[in-house]
Design a protein around this ligand. Structure first.
Ligand SMILES: NC(=O)C1=CN([C@@H]2O[C@H](COP(=O)(O)OP(=O)(O)OC[C@H]3O[C@@H](n4cnc5c(N)ncnc54)[C@H](OP(=O)(O)O)[C@@H]3O)[C@@H](O)[C@H]2O)C=CC1
Ligand SMILES: CC1=C(/C=C/C(C)=C/C=C/C(C)=C/C=O)C(C)(C)CCC1
Length: 401
């Protein structure tokens, strides 16, 4: 039974905005009602909305949407939560956004997807390791290296997934020298076991692509007690690189590519909160680890001067991959904007550029971003001294046996 005062027909609805105002007044009254208010609200909202729609569609001659249409429900929600001014803003945005996106689409696509590694370098007889190569950017990077004839090690935490991808790459490229090795960067024991096995098996290592990464995971720690982002994205790769460094030197000229992100701009190295125990934000933890990738690259380059081992950090662009698996918002954004963002194959281009392009040696230690494919050299914000980072507690934590 709906109280008379709440019946929209009693409130008098004469146009769409009229419906809004009548509805708002009805709502206020309904909120003060005990017990049956929920049903009353439902009734009012549907009736008011339907009447408004009848008037609107009646005047415009459009086909009326069904009561349960998602758009109807969205309109209902907007009515419930927004003031009339905000409502107008949202409607304007909803109207102009597709138009703006349509106009800007070629520019956005160019900005986000441009850039192809044009190097024709072949890799017969060369050995490469790619971490996190069972999916996304890593998989495409490994595929291209195999295509060029390298023996490629897929360093994966899930060997089964890795084997499937290795078979796929072998089939596509015709290169049978695609091998899988277990590597869990969240466990220093696994990193050491990987390095031990690799060093025993291989005489050379020419290309190391530190690609694996996690983003926005809920607070968790690695087997050694490091915060997960810093542990996997930076510390794990830091240890892996140091363990393989002699082999890289013996195989020189050789290269190390560290896959960072433009997210490093928001990163800070909080030496007093490295484990994220005092405060933690999943998004910022990712940014901090990506800044650490860049600082590591700069200091490593300085230490490797004269060795013919060079190193680069890269931002691959915004790429449609599984990286967003921990965030439902990002997953939806990725789905919604998949038209604008790079494919993993496009995302692999900056890593490949740094691994393959001849004459890049003098730029060792720099950060490459494919945004406009000019490979901008960016400073890592200068937020913390790179040597402080190296000598600081991070490496000491890692080297703990
Ligand atoms: N996608 C993007 O828009 C951007 C990506 N990047 C960077 O690019 C790199 C590749 O990411 P992308 O391909 O997009 O993401 P994906 O999630 O598709 O791939 C990440 C890879 O890392 C592996 N990985 C995760 N944790 C570990 C671990 N503990 N040990 C070993 N491997 C692990 C994953 O293995 P598994 O499948 O078993 O989980 C997977 O193979 C990352 O470093 C990311 O930060 C940077 C900027 C933007
Ligand atoms: C604004 C905007 C976008 C959002 C980009 C974002 C949010 C990128 C985040 C990248 C991350 C988190 C990288 C990780 O290293 C899209 C979807 C490209 C579509 C075009 C407009």
């Amino acid at each position: 039974m709906i109280p008379k005062a709440l019946d929209p027909r009693e409130c008098g609805i004469c146009c769409v905005s009229g419906a809004w105002f009548s509805f708002s007044r009805g709502l206020a009254t309904a909120r003060s009602l005990p017990g049956s208010s929920r049903r009353a609200l439902d009734y009012i909202s549907h009736t008011a909305l339907l009447q408004a729609a009848v008037l609107y569609y009646g005047v415009s001659g459009r086909k009326s949407p069904s009561r349960s249409a998602p758009l109807g429900r969205l309109a209902l929600l907007l009515q419930l939560y927004l003031s009339p001014g905000e409502m107008i803003g949202v409607l304007l945005l909803l109207f102009f956004l597709p138009l703006l996106l349509y106009i800007a689409a070629p520019q956005i696509r160019k900005m986000l997807s441009s850039g192809v590694c044009t190097s024709t370098v072949q890799l017969l007889g060369k050995v490469a390791v790619v971490t996190g190569a069972n999916t996304g950017i890593g998989k495409e990077t490994a595929k291209e290296l195999a295509q060029r004839g390298a023996r490629v090690y897929l360093a994966c935490r899930d060997v089964q997934k890795g084997e499937l991808v290795a078979r796929e790459i072998q089939t596509v490229t015709g290169n049978q020298e695609v091998l899988v090795k277990k590597l869990d960067l969240a466990d220093t024991k696994s990193i050491r076991a990987f390095a031990k096995g690799f060093l025993a098996e291989e005489k050379h290592l020419h290309i190391l692509i530190n690609n694996a990464g996690v983003m926005m995971c809920p607070y968790s720690k690695t087997a050694d007690g490091f915060e997960m982002h810093m542990g996997v994205n930076h510390l794990g790769h830091f240890l892996l690189t140091l363990l393989l460094l002699e082999k890289l030197k013996e195989s020189a000229p050789s290269r190390i590519v560290n896959v960072s992100s433009f997210a490093h701009h928001l990163g800070r190295i909080h030496f007093h909160n490295l484990q994220g125990e005092k405060f933690y934000s999943a998004g910022l933890a990712y940014c901090h680890s990506k800044l650490a990738n860049i600082l590591f690259t700069r200091e490593l380059a300085r230490r490797l001067k004269g060795s013919s081992v060079t190193t680069y950090s890269v931002h691959p662009g915004t790429v449609n991959s599984e990286l967003v698996r921990h965030s439902s918002v990002m997953r939806w954004m990725w789905r919604l904007f998949s038209f604008f963002i790079k494919t993993p194959q496009q995302g692999a281009q900056t890593s490949l550029y740094c691994a393959l392009t001849e004459g890049l040696e003098s730029l060792s230690g720099n950060h490459f971003s494919s945004g406009s494919w000019q490979f901008k050299i960016e400073m890592a914000a200068g937020l913390v001294s790179v040597t402080a980072m190296w000598h600081g507690c991070l490496p000491r934590l890692v080297m703990r046996q």
